[in-house]
Design a protein around this ligand. Structure first.
Ligand SMILES: Nc1ncnc2c1ncn2[C@@H]1O[C@H](COP(=O)(O)OP(=O)(O)OP(=O)(O)O)[C@@H](O)[C@H]1O
Ligand SMILES: [Mg+2]
Length: 451
């Protein structure tokens, strides 16, 4: 993308309404525009990040055998009356009436609708196990939408639903989701800690929330410092293996880690004092096992091996896709702007031409741009006729992890400059060497998606 032809409405001023750094930076970097309270338009740069996160979520869900679908945002109230949540959900549920006086709602979650799909088509245990998921906009009429996309009213969520014959199988699905989430967050450049949580209006006993530590987080969290040393990394895992998935769950949840809702001071006191941590965190996902709550209420039964009908065991599993954009920025920024992890960056690198209009500099930039595209890396080329300082400031603000700076002086010596946004370190090297280096850096992130 050439910046002269892009739509990147960066702001010079710091918007007064934004209370936290991610909201400020998303507005300043021209990523979002508020449409009304808690409802945002995603401008090109923000949209690219959102799509990258979605892509990673899709890849990790499908790696575990979960199947994507797409359900509508608007739902009929009938299904919610069947489950009993139409009245129970409260004021966060946006109720709508259509022209035929039918009660509708803008879905805050999809347990009812997916259970209806399931019961319409599945009648035998032989179709199990089954996990369906989608990434779709949700609406919750939050009393206090705030912090930009972190607590919106309309927000993008991945929600997945497992259907299993037995509780044991459904707990395997739960553990399997925990593994997929650990991998997903790490690919997004985040550490998200699974913490024992409260189930709220979804219902159920077993539930973990995933929290990213950040001062601006809305939840107070209590944990054993050892937990932050855990890394999922690049391990191979067989998602069908009950033992392997359970072992990961045990590894990542055996130490004390709870939110304020479930915090137990007596248990916490058993953690050695020097390892006790009290901090704040951003909830970026949650997994639930809720058994037969919806299947019984809505008649989602299958014929078991003995021919008798049994209600299926279910769970639901959510990732806050749009909230993650803010959470990543909270976890990765400095006083100049955003610092995108390679896994989600909107462009692989920026190219800054120090002397637009200089034949050699223009040609070198074009060549770099093309060579990067040829290996599947999209660059954002600042080809505007602007001062170098302004170009650097824009690049720092929008946070591309790598920048190649091209100027006539360097080119005379056959070099360009490659700069890391994170460390600020620069090195001079031949253009081909810069490309080779970026190819290596992005190799782990070059899935089918980016090519
Ligand atoms: N208002 C919101 N704005 C943006 N993301 C949200 C919002 N509400 C929930 N999410 C995201 O969707 C994920 C799954 O939804 P879930 O039903 O667990 O939310 P929740 O527990 O009600 O969230 P919270 O406690 O933050 O209100 C959450 O972990 C969070 O990342
Ligand atoms: Mg939650």
């Amino acid at each position: 993308m050439r910046l002269s032809r892009y739509f990147l409405p960066v702001l010079k001023e710091t918007p007064a309404e934004a209370q936290i750094v991610s909201h400020r930076l998303m507005l300043r970097a021209g990523m979002i525009k508020q449409a009304s309270a808690g409802i945002y338009s995603w401008l090109p740069l923000g949209y690219r990040v959102l799509k990258r996160i979605e892509q990673v979520v899709h890849e990790e869900q499908q790696r575990a055998g979960h199947i994507p679908v797409l359900m509508p945002t608007l739902q009929s109230a009938d299904l919610w009356q069947e489950s009993g949540r139409y009245d129970a959900y409260g004021d966060e549920l946006l109720r709508i009436r259509d022209r035929h006086d039918r009660d509708m709602l803008y879905g805050p979650t999809n347990e009812e609708m997916i259970t209806d799909i399931f019961r319409s088509y599945v009648s035998s245990y032989k179709a199990l196990p089954l996990t369906l998921y989608h990434i779709q906009w949700k609406f919750r009429d939050e009393v206090r939408p705030r912090f930009g996309v972190m607590r919106g009213r309309e927000f993008l969520m991945k929600d997945g639903y497992n259907f299993d014959l037995t509780k044991e199988d459904a707990l395997h699905a739960y553990n399997r989701h925990l593994v997929t989430y650990l991998r997903t967050y790490e690919r997004l450049g985040l550490q998200a800690i699974p913490m024992r949580a409260d189930s709220g209006p979804i219902g159920g006993d077993d539930t973990h929330e995933f929290l990213v530590l950040a001062e601006t987080g809305e939840s107070e969290v209590f944990y054993d410092a050892e937990i932050t040393d855990l890394k999922f990394g690049d391990r191979a895992i067989d998602y069908d293996s009950v033992d392997q998935c359970r072992a990961v769950l045990e590894e990542f949840t055996s130490r004390y880690a709870r939110t304020d809702e479930t915090h137990d001071p007596a248990l916490f006191d058993k953690v050695p004092a020097e390892r006790q941590r009290v901090a704040r965190g951003i909830e970026v996902g949650q997994i639930f096992y809720f058994g037969t709550k919806y299947s019984e209420a809505m008649g989602a039964t299958v014929q078991g091996p003995d021919g008798k009908p049994v209600p299926v065991h279910m769970g639901s599993h959510g990732i806050g896709v749009s909230r993650l954009v803010g959470a990543i920025i909270e976890a990765s920024h400095d006083d100049k702007g955003i610092i995108w992890p390679e896994g989600v960056t909107p462009f692989a690198c920026g190219i800054v031409n120090l002397r637009q209009g200089d034949d050699a500099a223009d040609a070198a930039c074009e060549q770099l741009y093309g060579a990067l595209a040829a290996i599947g890396l999209e660059a954002l080329y600042d080809d505007r006729d602007e001062r170098a300082g302004a170009k650097f400031a824009t690049m720092d603000l929008i946070g591309l992890p790598w920048r190649i700076t091209v100027g006539p002086r360097g080119l005379k010596n056959g070099v360009v400059e490659l700069t890391s946004r994170r460390t600020g370190e620069s090195e001079e090297l031949a253009p081909e060497a810069a490309i080779r280096k970026l190819a290596d850096i992005y190799a782990p992130h070059l899935g089918a998606a980016r090519a």
